[in-house]
Every structure is written in C-alpha cells, then in structure tokens.
Design a protein around this ligand. Structure first.
Ligand code: CA2
Length: 146
C-alpha cells in the first residue's frame, strides 16, 4: 500500500460555497469523499487528508509526513505563489509531491502564474477541477510506488 497525504491549503475549506464558476460546486468534504472513493478503486493506495489555513500548520504536517507517507498531493492554495517556507519544507522531507490546482493558474491573474513550490514537486496538474487530485495520485502511483 502506498500511503498518500492530500494537503489542502488556505480557503480550500470554502470550496462549493462561493466562486463555483472557478472552483466548481463540490464542497471540501465532498472533494475528500470523491478522492477517497477513486483511490479505493485503485487498490494499492491509502489516502489521508489535511486542510489548514495556516502556513506553519502545513509545514508541520509536511515535516510529520517524513518516514510516514510515500507521496504528497499538495494544493497549497495562494501559498503556492509566495511560500518559500513550504518550498523548503518539501525539499527538507524529499517526499515525492504532486502539485495540484483546481483552476488553471496560468489562465488567471498574473500573480497566480508562478509557483514557488514547483521546484520541489515532481509534477504540476492544474485546470482539471477536482479530477486533478485523482490524476496526481495516479502519477505518484505510476512513478513512485515501491
Ligand atoms: O486553483 C486552485 O486550486 C488554487 O490553488 C486555489 C486557491 C488560489 O489561491 C490558487 O491561486 C489556485 C484558492 C483556494 C480557494 O479559494 C476559494 C475562494 C472563494 C470561494 C471558494 C474557494
């Protein structure tokens, strides 16, 4: 069993509540249920979820994942665009990490185009809605399952 940690950053707990045109109508709990269901069909992965609006809590969780999880699926929310501290945490643990965004960050405001965490991630999946989380898990399975 490959153990995967799905981390969602700031405001992703508000999914489905506002801006459905950008982020869809699925709320955070339904997102977790959907990803868990799809992962269970794969048969060789277990998934755990974590969401926080706080940079330090996300960094703590990444550090705690060391030696425990085999892969991370990370939607760091707006921290994606400026958190060198999350970049450093990912580099420190060295866990294969797939960066996910529900929206297409490259087709939105200029400040969303750049990801500072990208350098520590093995792939960036964006603009595919919540299906992107499933694609990320598959990417980790295909490339890092022992
Ligand atoms: O597209 C994504 O998944 C993002 O990571 C979502 C972040 C945004 O800052 C990134 O640039 C791209 C925002 C999280 C969700 O924010 C909401 C805002 C209003 C209503 C519901 C969610």
């Amino acid at each position: 069993m490959m153990k995967i940690l799905v981390i969602n950053g700031p405001n992703l707990n508000m999914l489905g509540i506002r801006e459905p045109g950008i982020y869809g109508k699925t709320d955070y709990n339904a997102l977790c249920d959907y990803v868990k269901e799809e992962a269970s069909k794969m048969g060789d992965v277990s998934v755990e979820f974590f969401q926080s609006n706080h940079e330090g809590a996300i960094i703590d969780k990444i550090q705690e994942a060391y030696g425990v999880f085999d892969g991370i699926v990370l939607n760091a929310g707006a921290y994606t665009h400026y958190s060198y501290a999350i970049l450093d945490a990912l580099k420190a643990v060295g866990i294969p990490t797939a960066e996910v965004h529900i929206s297409d960050i490259h087709a939105r405001e200029e400040f969303r185009h750049n990801s500072v965490i990208k350098a520590a991630c093995c792939v960036q999946i964006c603009g595919k809605g919540i299906a992107g989380y499933v694609e990320a898990i598959n990417y980790l399975r295909e490339n890092y399952n022992k």
